[in-house]
Design a protein around this ligand. Structure first.
Ligand SMILES: *[C@@H]1O[C@H](CO)[C@@H](O)[C@H](O)[C@H]1NC(C)=O
Ligand SMILES: *[C@@H]1O[C@H](CO)[C@@H](O)[C@H](O)[C@H]1NC(C)=O
Ligand SMILES: *[C@@H]1O[C@H](CO)[C@@H](O)[C@H](O)[C@H]1NC(C)=O
Length: 252
């Protein structure tokens, strides 16, 4: 049983693991005093404020579990349900109305989930995305459909159910990855600053992955042991009852 479930966990997350291979770039670091504290700083703009604003990123597996998005970052994150809802709506629209390829959906999901990465969470301002990662997302999503948005600082969103909006391919709205990230509400980082999609970030994604897997496995082990314990207690209870019954029968 243990082996079967482990396999399932890996199957579910394999696409995200593969994504790591597409991510490359490098980074240096300079933090302001607020950022040095390592606490969650809400991103503003279209991004819902963090409930854990001012507190350090924490384990949020249970909260993210049922939303099935951004789970990769659940080991250590500033996110809670409100960020998940906004990210999953965007990805759901892209899947339903955007005619996006699987590769586009996977990369766009990772982009939307960037706010749940703990390193993005503790930096101020809009999520900083590496230009190279923006290029990859744009390349994969240039034929997917987006519409204009009047939300603050965001120009385009994946097309939704509403027929009032004009849907056009991403490549008709913008012509490169930098402009794509900017139009979807992210700040593009070109050099020398930590950003989402960098090689340092790749390392932290790998860490996130193993953190999440180990949390999942320990939850599983706990469940397994609890079951064993229950069965053992059940057997013990039955034996005590049997012994008591036998003693009574002997006494009669
Ligand atoms: C966009 O504008 C319409 C009216 O023009 C308004 O009803 C809607 O709430 C706005 N949406 C956002 C996200 O600001
Ligand atoms: C990307 O496109 C924008 C506007 O479409 C343009 O201003 C900018 O120079 C382009 N950037 C690159 C790196 O080509
Ligand atoms: C997008 O680019 C414009 C012009 O360079 C800039 O003013 C704006 O702040 C950028 N948006 C984001 C979310 O970084």
């Amino acid at each position: 049983m243990g082996r079967y479930l482990t396999k399932t966990v890996f199957l579910v997350h394999t696409p995200i693991l593969l994504l790591h291979l597409f991510i490359s770039f490098s980074s240096g670091a300079s933090f302001n005093s607020n950022e040095k504290k390592g606490v969650c700083i809400s991103k503003g703009g279209r991004f819902p404020p963090y409930e854990s604003q001012g507190k350090p990123p924490k384990f949020a597996y249970l909260e993210l579990k049922n939303l099935n998005m951004c789970k990769l970052f659940s080991g250590k994150t500033c996110c809670s349900a409100s960020q998940m809802k906004s990210a999953s709506l965007a990805v759901k629209n892209l899947a339903t109305y955007g005619e996006a390829t699987k590769h586009c959906l996977a990369l766009f999901e990772l982009l939307e989930c960037s706010i749940c990465n703990s390193k993005v969470g503790i930096r101020s301002g809009h999520p900083r995305i590496c230009a190279s990662f923006c290029d990859q997302v744009f390349e994969a999503c240039s034929d997917a459909y987006f519409s204009s948005s009047n939300a603050s600082k965001q120009v385009i969103v994946p097309c939704g159910a509403s027929e009032d909006t004009i849907c056009r391919k991403a490549s008709k709205w913008v012509t490169n990855g930098t402009a794509f990230c900017n139009a979807t509400g992210f700040t593009v980082q070109i050099a020398e600053e930590p950003c989402f999609g960098s090689s340092a970030m790749k390392e932290s994604l790998r860490e996130s992955f193993f953190e999440m897997i180990s949390m999942e496995l320990s939850a599983l082990a706990g469940f397994f042991l609890f079951n064993r314990l229950e069965k053992w207690l059940e057997k013990r209870r039955a034996r005590i009852q049997r012994e008591a019954r036998e003693r009574l029968e002997q006494e009669e």
